[in-house]
Unconditional design. Structure first.
Length: 87
């Protein structure tokens, strides 16, 4: 892994990779499990699976609440629209 991003500079996940690589080099083969949390952070940076699961859970809860007639003090649709305009 070069560590360079698409537009030059350091890639967004390189610091996580460097920390994981360092952990793997310093740990004994029998105790690699100590590097598992660092590996998980690196994989989350690459794939965002935990983030996507969290967003899906929030969206599912909003849909469930709407189906049950729950009213929010804010408009989730407006918040999503504003977020899309931000990006």
């Amino acid at each position: 892994m070069s560590g360079f991003g698409v537009r030059g500079g350091v890639s967004r996940c390189y610091p996580f990779w460097a920390e994981f690589r360092e952990c793997m080099q310093t740990e004994e083969k029998a105790d690699i499990s100590t590097c598992a949390p660092i590996r998980d952070d690196y994989l989350e940076c690459l794939h965002h699976k935990k983030e996507h699961a969290h967003v899906k859970a929030i969206n599912d809860k909003v849909k469930e609440d709407r189906a049950n007639g729950v009213k929010y003090s804010f408009d989730p649709d407006k918040a999503v629209a504003e977020a899309k305009n931000y990006w």
